[in-house]
Design a binder for this molecule. Structure first.
Ligand code: XMP
Length: 511
């Protein structure tokens, strides 16, 4: 059975992914596609509806993204948001004007609640407006269904042709009941049923992967992270022992993590697993290295070398499995802001592995959908909901040179911290928490002895997007317990500090 589909035409707005997510939250499958998708491709995809996103351009700009007039003749309902509404107006020969002043903020919009788009709404609602250009005259066949004090056409409709435009952003949280506008579009206007579920995604994916790969061979690099784990297990459900997973254990994982990954894959899911214990090799390459970016680069490269060596032993394979997820797909190709840290994600593409094609079973899913898929597949919750862990692992949590001794100290201390956070029930509230071994030694006293040992830092942040975050106000009693346990149970730590900086100005990791 084919899913109901909503196509989201990307005109470069900053909230595009959010629109896609909101639609999926309504249990309707959505896809973000470039604005210049051809009419033929649209017809082939046969969407139930189309959404035009916002974007920074002005319809009068020379290079501004445009669409063909024909799109409005397909009989498919369209909702234009912000720039999308202006483009609809411009293409259908209404009038778009430049305002003197930008209208920005959560603003009162008077609406016509007899429109199917605003069914169930009060006559006045607060929505996020963020625009300079505005629609001065709606195109022929359209009527006004919304206005603010300064924007005469904040919403418009051509009910008969099912074409709608809104100047505000329904997808953001600041727009009260914004999702209801999207729901109305999906259910009242496009006639969607809303029956898209993760369980049907899982079932369908397994079936398609089975048909596609059949009895050919696939290979997957496992990092122990959520995405590669879910991708691998999904694939193993489809092709069983024709999948081989290579788990490169660089020795920089948290305490017991390597064994836990092995236990899940080998014993619980009976997957063909090759675990390469490459700690010595990585530590050798990292010996004497103190620069964080060099550490990242070395680990990234070495990971691929180890993977390639193992893959060569297997010989030719047909498919290489990648844990790419939807935000990676949407973001790639768009301009990126400046690189603060080169976030190397273990599992990059090896150059010398002999394969015919890449499979990316999760490329249509958002992170929370990947987690739901994981749960659906029976992967233990602690793996599916684990906190983010950087590809280069503990290497960027040991400041300065990495040695085996430092690694052991950090693993033990970090494990105690995580254990106490979980015991206190704070693990769901704090989004990332870990220990850092600083390169600083200081004087202490233990019994009657003078000590000269390491200072350990504890870091805990609360964040939703990991781009900004605040330091977590962990209760003193818990910090006290963690501190006393670590100094008592872990040798060579005689001082513990708690990091009380938010991001920005600090980053989450210390390196
Ligand atoms: P920062 O330290 O930049 O971290 O505030 C933001 C998020 O990214 C993670 N991070 C990394 N992840 N490779 C990764 O796969 C890396 O090199 C890396 N550096 C930071 C960090 O753990 C946090 O979740």
């Amino acid at each position: 059975m084919k899913n109901e589909l909503i196509l989201i035409l990307d005109f470069g707005g900053q909230y595009n992914q959010l629109i896609a997510r909101r639609v999926r939250e309504c249990k309707v499958y959505s896809e973000v596609v470039p604005y210049n998708i051809t009419i033929e491709e649209i017809k082939e995809k046969a969407p139930k509806g189309i959404i035009f996103t916002g974007g920074p351009a002005s319809v009068y700009g020379e290079d501004s993204p445009k669409c063909a007039e024909e799109i409005f003749e397909l009989g498919i309902p369209i909702l234009g948001i912000c720039y999308g509404m202006q483009l609809m107006t411009y293409t259908l020969k209404g009038k778009v004007e430049k305002a003197e002043k930008r209208e920005y903020g959560t603003i009162n919009v008077k609406i016509d609640n007899t429109s199917p788009l605003f069914q169930g709404f009060e006559k006045e609602n607060k929505f996020l407006m963020s625009h300079t250009d505005y629609v001065e005259t709606v195109p022929n066949g359209f009527s006004n269904i919304g206005a603010t004090e300064t924007c005469p056409n904040a919403a418009m409709e051509n009910r008969e042709k099912k074409l709608y435009g809104i100047q505000f952003h329904p997808e953001v949280n600041n727009s009260i009941n914004g999702t209801k506008v999207i729901k109305n579009f999906l259910f009242n206007i496009c006639g969607c049923n809303g029956d898209w579920e993760i369980s049907s995604f899982v079932e369908e994916s397994i079936k398609t992967l089975k048909e596609k790969i059949g009895d050919k061979k696939a290979l997957c690099a496992l990092s122990g992270g959520v995405d590669s784990s879910v991708a691998a297990i999904l694939l193993s459900k489809a092709i069983g022992k024709n999948l081989t997973c290579i788990f490169v254990d660089h020795g920089l994982l948290r305490k017991n993590e390597g064994d836990e990954v092995e236990e899940i894959f080998r014993n619980q899911f009976d997957i063909n697993l090759i675990r390469v214990n490459a700690k010595e090799r990585f530590l050798e390459k990292l010996s004497g290295i103190t620069d964080p970016e060099r550490k990242r680069k070395i680990i990234g490269e070495e990971f691929i070398r180890v993977f390639e060596e193992e893959a060569k032993k297997i010989g030719t394979i047909d498919y290489l499995v990648q844990g790419t997820i939807y935000p990676d797909v949407i973001e790639s190709g768009l301009g990126k802001s400046s690189v603060i840290k080169s976030h190397h994600n273990v599992g990059g593409l090896p150059d010398y592995v002999d394969f015919k094609e890449i499979v990316e079973p999760l490329r249509d899913l958002f992170k929370d959908e990947v987690r739901k898929t994981g749960i659906e597949l029976g992967i233990p919750e602690n793996l599916v909901y684990r906190q983010p862990f950087p590809g280069p692992g503990l290497a960027i949590r040991i400041i300065g040179e990495i040695t085996d001794e430092k690694l052991q100290i950090l693993k033990e201390a970090d494990s105690i911290f995580r254990e106490e956070i979980a015991k206190a029930g704070l693990h769901k509230k704090i989004n990332q928490y870990f220990a850092v071994l600083t390169n600083l030694k200081s004087v202490g006293v233990m019994g009657d002895e003078r000590t000269y040992d390491y200072t350990l830092a504890l870091r805990a942040v609360e964040t939703t997007d990991f781009m900004t975050g605040i330091w977590s106000k962990i209760p003193y009693e818990i910090l006290e317990k963690v501190s006393s346990r670590i100094v008592n149970e872990v040798s060579h730590v005689n001082r513990i500090v708690y990091d009380i900086t938010s991001k920005p100005p600090a980053t989450i990791e210390w390196e």
